[in-house]
Write a protein that binds this ligand. Sequence first.
Ligand SMILES: [Zn+2]
Length: 161
Amino acid sequence: MKGEGYVEPSPFSLTIALPMLKHRICRNGHTVDKMDYRGKCFKCSAEQSKRSRDKLTKLSPWYACLERARLRAKKKELPCDLDCDWARARYTGKCELTGIVFKRANRKGGRCFSPSIDRIYPHLGYVKSNCRFILHGLNALKGSGTDNDMIFIASRLVNHR
Ligand SMILES: [Zn+2]
């Protein structure tokens, strides 16, 4: 609603004055209209956090799925003793059930080949002796079933087509 006191913005202020006042060029050559709270440009900050995320993923590719598993344990009130030492020792870069090499999840939501932590017996929770790294897609297929359920479905899928 255009109430009392409403002033139509003048075309001058929108098209000419604002860009001149607000646009700045950072020392890395980004043209931005705002700086973040540290006085850094937003594009530089985004690039920096992506670099540190990439570094963490490269050094510890299991880290994100360990965090997700811990959150699921908390949410479902299941026992959990998984830690970084366990993950570092257990993770080989390949799915423990299929031998397929893990791939990072991509931005479009393609995480079928990314690693996930599977509870061998779902009711025993996220304890070290009950957990392993398998493909996200395979874990989704297994759901709350057993290994035998998963193998039965997979073999029917292959043989039924
Ligand atoms: Zn910048």
